[in-house]
Design a protein around this ligand. Structure first.
Ligand SMILES: *[C@@H]1O[C@H](CO)[C@@H](O)[C@H](O)[C@H]1NC(C)=O
Ligand SMILES: *[C@@H]1O[C@H](CO)[C@@H](O)[C@H](O)[C@H]1NC(C)=O
Length: 439
């Protein structure tokens, strides 16, 4: 008897499963359930090197996305057939989470080098603008109108799905839609461009970007730095007591939630008490990872994030109108076109990214007409402390695995040699000649 019941039950189960499978494969289920089933069964994943999102996007040939590189592979008819078979509507549902651990090196999507562009923020009337550079390599790589900032009106499901293919900070790989999208929808659309030409001037926006490098110690560059229209700083931007070398103004402070909090204790012994907070300062955030989205959530709501009230870190200068969040496309473009480290070809690839300082220089390159960089790594970096704040005790630059400092150093030098930026160097000075004699 028991045996018969078991048999009957098994039969019932098999029938039920068959019905479900039939419905799944023939699309008789409501979209979301069908979608999740297919996601669970892995049907949608990476067919022939394309994810299904990619195929749909390429098929629809979206108007606002401009392929800008030959590296962007053309789509084959075979791919389109695959897409038609799938018959899903990825614009309505988030794609299944893509895991970093699925890739032994940086994955390459066919839409890797395609970026959102925005209308130019202002007409360019500045004759000396770096935008007018005749350098061919730079002109090929540089996208003057790349979308720089993320806000609630330029993020949607389609964008979420596209950006979910890229690891942080270049996208939302491994992040949950429910966790992140509500935060993105809090980011206000910037009311004004990051920087405007100073009234009564010649229309040029002249910027200084001040890194934290030891080369600034004893440099006496303070007055020159402050003479620019705008001064960018980042990380442990110690000013008090260092004005003669680094200046005292800050117009733009570039940060992550980690850098703005950690710098306070890392640089405390050099008198660093708060992040720059000049009247009207603009804050630019690199949304590095989940903790930055939690930070933004609390910041915009005026709440606490893990016991901290983010607003206190801006010393009263936080204002929605002066807060800018860098767009994932912008960050990825900087990496792909200017700082593609060979370390991206190995297992540690998910943590490899340009430094905050590099993102600050690139923000300036796209928001200013001329850019002078101070306190960044130069050929002779071994002569200086790691940070300019380390005046009294010479330290050595530590090379962390997540950044390619040598690649960045060489890029600054090459942009300087091409007259795209002006890099502060101390080469040719007497002590350098002394050192090279000894070496
Ligand atoms: C910077 O220094 C100049 C000259 O000493 C001074 O006039 C100015 O008020 C200072 N600015 C800030 C933001 O501290
Ligand atoms: C910083 O600069 C001062 C003045 O030039 C110099 O005496 C000192 O040795 C420098 N410190 C380091 C760590 O290089």
């Amino acid at each position: 008897m028991a045996h018969q019941t078991m048999l009957l039950f098994s039969f019932f189960l098999v029938t039920l499963l068959s019905i479900i499978l039939f419905m799944v494969s023939h699309g008789n289920l409501p979209g979301s359930i069908r979608y999740r089933w297919k996601a669970m069964l892995g049907i949608n994943r990476f067919r022939g090197g394309h994810s299904f999102y990619e195929l749909e996007r390429l098929q629809q040939n979206e108007g606002n996305m401009t392929p800008l590189s030959k590296r962007t592979a053309a789509i084959s008819t075979k791919d389109l057939v695959t897409m038609n078979e799938i018959k899903l509507s990825p614009a309505e549902y988030p794609i299944p989470i893509i895991h970093k651990s699925s890739f032994k090196k940086l994955p390459q999507w066919s839409f890797e080098d395609i970026y959102n562009l925005d209308a130019p923020p202002r007409p360019s009337t500045c004759a000396q603008s770096l935008r007018n550079s005749k350098d061919e390599d730079f002109q090929k790589a540089f996208l003057p109108n790349i979308r720089m900032f993320l806000h609630k009106d330029n993020i949607n499901m389609r964008e979420w799905n596209r950006l979910s293919h890229f690891n942080n900070p270049f996208g939302f790989m491994e992040m949950k839609y429910e966790d992140v999208m509500p935060v993105l929808k809090l980011i206000p659309k910037p009311k004004e461009p990051l920087l405007l030409p100073k009234p009564g001037g010649d229309g040029c926006v002249r910027c200084a970007v001040v890194g934290t490098g030891g080369i600034l110690n004893g440099s006496k560059m303070g007055a020159e730095i402050d003479s620019h229209d705008y001064v960018f700083r980042m990380n442990g931007a110690v000013i008090e007591g260092y004005e003669e070398d680094v200046g005292n103004r800050t117009s733009v402070y570039v940060h992550t939630s980690y850098s703005i909090t950690a710098s306070l204790y890392l640089f405390k012994k050099y008198g660093y008490k708060y992040a720059p907070h000049d009247q009207g300062i603009k804050y630019v955030m690199i949304p590095e990872g989940m903790r930055d989205y939690l930070w933004l959530n609390a910041l915009f709501k005026g709440e606490k994030a893990s016991k901290k009230d983010p607003r206190t870190y801006y010393s009263g200068q936080f204002s929605e109108n002066h807060f800018y969040v860098l767009h994932q496309d912008f960050l990825r473009y900087v990496r792909n076109r200017f700082l593609k480290s060979s370390n991206l070809n190995q297992g540690l690839w998910p943590i490899v990214r340009p430094t905050n300082g590099a993102f600050a220089i690139f923000t300036a390159l796209h928001a200013c007409d001329t850019v002078s960089a101070y306190g960044f790594m130069t050929e002779d970096y071994r002569k200086y402390s790691s940070y300019y704040a380390e005046k009294h005790h010479k330290t050595n630059v530590v090379f962390y695995a997540n950044h390619d400092y040598i690649l960045e150093k060489n890029l600054w030098k090459s942009l300087h040699d091409k007259k795209i930026i002006k890099l502060f160097q101390r080469t040719g000075s007497q002590d350098e000649i002394e050192i090279s004699k000894r070496a």
